[in-house]
Design a protein around this ligand. Structure first.
Ligand SMILES: [Zn+2]
Length: 409
């Protein structure tokens, strides 16, 4: 696939969204999809798996329903291609392929059909994706993955694959920033702008970054409103994916330090930095949410598992990340109408200088970068990379109070 230059005479497509109305109970499907999980309701009494989601079991009318993980294996029964639609979103994207799939564990579902799925009958794997409106939809792909699977035109409407896209990474100085840049270049990003706060200084890894062909270093200090505005004026109209990894991390609680300077500096980068970026880059990205292959598609925030529950030895850092998470939810609500996905990343302790005193396992920068690229490819909203983050997520979902206690002892 070659990304063609945009014809400036053609109109810019205004963002339209696929139909978003869902019942309250169907939001269970969306909640799992935000984490990249395919879950359907299963009856605790008779064991039936059902779709679409309902208030009661369609076989025995029990209301004891639980969301259970699904393999998605099934058989394509029939396929069709839409050449006409009364829906604005689909009308812009015709023709569109749909299929009827009988899942191995029971229900028959209507799914968007990947171009590589052969004519019925065929073995397929159904997965759940978030569409541009942020709602869960089902997608059927061939049973066996092929290398160019992600290139499918329909699938790309649900994902934020960095391939052939222009990406801004806000801080190239850190190990995480540099791992991200390498991962994005390897994933086929067309341009990677890399921010560095003090352009007159060389930093460790500088020469290696500069040697990557897609990389352009740009001066970016997220604590400087004027600097953020100037960079947005220069490249804001071209950024397809913005990854805000700029963060300030100090290991202090409340009692072991006087004054508020450190906490203020953390807020200035971790919270106000996000706000400055969102105010300057947000509007341009929102206006480019539907520009075909050249659309703005995603905004990624590097948060922390400590945004969910405070880790007292890193207390002020945790608080700044909790504030950033709340702001990121606001940004998500504002970006959604344009179809731009806000992805929040919640890693556990990283293998970096601020977590030296913590016991392993700690997340390596390269593993975090790989998880972010995968999240963009899968089109998920919330990412908990690594075993520690996954375990804490489960505990927090189970009982937020238990996690708070555990982190404080
Ligand atoms: Zn039942």
């Amino acid at each position: 696939m070659i990304r063609k230059k945009k014809n400036p005479v053609l109109r810019t497509r205004l963002p339209t969204l696929p139909p978003a109305a869902r019942s309250r109970v169907a939001l269970g499907l969306t909640a799992a999809a935000a984490l990249g999980r395919f879950e359907l309701q299963q009856c605790r009494d008779c064991g039936a798996v059902q779709y679409p989601p309902r208030e009661a079991c369609q076989r025995c009318l029990s209301i004891r329903l639980a969301w259970k993980s699904q393999s998605g294996q099934g058989e394509l029964l029939a396929a069709t291609v839409l050449h006409h639609s009364n829906d604005l979103f689909f009308r812009e994207r015709l023709p569109w392929r749909l299929g009827l799939v009988k899942l191995d564990n029971g229900p028959t579902v209507v799914a968007h059909l990947h171009a590589a799925v052969p004519a019925a009958p065929a073995a397929v794997r159904v997965s759940v994706r978030l569409d541009r409106a942020g709602q869960a939809v089902l997608v059927a792909q061939p049973d066996k993955e092929t290398s160019d699977m992600a290139e499918d035109r329909q699938l790309r409407e649900f994902t934020c694959d960095p391939r052939l896209r222009k990406v801004l990474v806000t801080d190239g100085k850190t190990a995480v920033g540099q791992a991200l840049v390498r991962a994005l270049a390897a994933a086929g990003a067309e341009i990677v702008w890399v921010g560095h706060a003090e352009p007159w200084k060389k930093f460790a890894g500088f020469d290696e970054l500069k040697s990557i062909p897609q990389v352009t270093l740009v001066p970016l200090d997220v604590t400087d409103s004027k600097n953020v505005r100037e960079l947005a004026a220069e490249i804001g109209g071209k950024v397809d994916i913005l990854i805000n990894n700029a963060e300030l991390h100090r290991a202090f609680g409340i009692g072991n330090r006087h004054g508020v300077e450190t906490a203020r500096a953390e807020m200035d980068v971790n919270y106000f930095g996000l706000l400055r970026l969102a105010q300057e880059f947000g509007p341009a990205m929102r206006s480019r949410g539907a520009d075909g292959l050249a659309s703005a598609v995603a905004w990624v925030n590097l948060l922390s598992i400590y945004a969910l529950a405070n880790f007292p030895p890193h207390g002020t850092f945790s608080a700044s990340k909790a504030a950033a998470q709340s702001l990121a939810q606001c940004l998500r609500a504002e970006m959604r109408p344009a179809g731009v996905r806000v992805v929040n990343v919640f890693p556990g302790p990283l293998d970096d200088e601020w977590s030296q005193l913590l016991l392993p396992p700690k997340l390596a920068p390269a593993a975090l970068a790989a998880a972010i690229v995968k999240a963009l490819r899968d089109g998920v909203e919330d990412v908990y990379p690594g075993d520690v983050a996954q375990e804490w997520l489960e505990r927090w979902r189970d009982n937020p109070k238990a996690l708070e206690r555990e982190l404080s002892t």
